[in-house]
Ligand binder design. Sequence first.
Ligand SMILES: Cc1cc2nc3c(=O)[nH]c(=O)nc-3n(C[C@H](O)[C@H](O)[C@H](O)COP(=O)(O)OP(=O)(O)OC[C@H]3O[C@@H](n4cnc5c(N)ncnc54)[C@H](O)[C@@H]3O)c2cc1C
Length: 307
Amino acid sequence: MGISAKETTGKDRLLRALQDVEGDIEWGVPLATMTSLQVGGPADVLVAPKDIANVARILLGARTQHVPVVVLGGTNVVVRDKGIRGIVIQLKHLTATRKDAAECLYAEAGVRMPVLMQYAVRHQLSGMEWAAGIPGTVGGGVAMNAGTRLGEMKDALQSVDFVNSRGRRMRIEASALTFSYRKTVLPKGIVVGAWFQLKAAAREQIEQVTKSYLQYRKESQPLTLPNAGSVFKNPTGQSAGKLVESLGLKGLRVGDAEISTKHANFIVNQGHATASDVLALIRKVRGLVAKKLGIHLELELKILGER
Ligand SMILES: Cc1cc2nc3c(=O)[nH]c(=O)nc-3n(C[C@H](O)[C@H](O)[C@H](O)COP(=O)(O)OP(=O)(O)OC[C@H]3O[C@@H](n4cnc5c(N)ncnc54)[C@H](O)[C@@H]3O)c2cc1C
């Protein structure tokens, strides 16, 4: 999420916004270390709140002090080279999971999707298999309506625990949210947990689906190099990767940012790519696809940070 600043951010205002917050607070952390594409400049301040109550404190403090807040899992974003002004929140301490009613799972928003998948498998619950291989957090998955050709977040989601920009905690039923392709319309605030309605199934049956999907990913995606997942959304009825490939753009580079030779809808970092390299490559590809195919590719990646 992004809460826009009304004024520029000074360190004193950030300090005031964070004065009662419990958690890890680090200044000037390079966000390349926190993003799967391994690009991006520093956060003014990176905060990992101790618990949900402290997420609420940050949001309230930030609102009072007029400082911007961004929450980052880091696997579907490009953080610009100048970094992010204001507070960057990382939910690494929100990692509780529990099985509630017979077929209902709860996960805090900082739980990694692969961990949630394993938890569902252990409890012999089916309904999350579509998420095999999605590396982000539960919160990011909800915000993005993450998905694959097997299904998407909205299919399993029952409700979302949320803290709004005034620091108020609430539960939102999934039926009250609007989902579309890689997008969930949420109020301003942060997802802090999610409830999933699943179905009992044999462990072997669930694992069969997840294993074959993981194998498919291994064969078709550049998983050994830093990347941020799909760069472009698939235009209706078409594959963005196939469109880019059809123009012979696999292997196209700007600096160390490269259109993967394995899957043309992935940009990989071949070593020392900067966010500027990645963004220039995106512009180049979009321009060529528009000019030669008359198709406007929409970004799936989120671009964050100071221009
Ligand atoms: C190898 C690879 C494969 C991938 N495959 C897929 C795939 O098959 N399908 C798919 O959908 N995605 C895929 N992705 C992309 C990515 O993993 C998902 O979009 C994931 O859901 C993003 O989660 P994240 O926690 O990393 O969020 P980020 O990428 O950090 O954030 C995405 C957006 O959500 C917001 N956000 C994050 N957390 C919260 C929160 N708690 N509350 C409110 N807003 C929040 C951020 O501010 C940002 O705007 C892949 C990525 C990689 C690297």
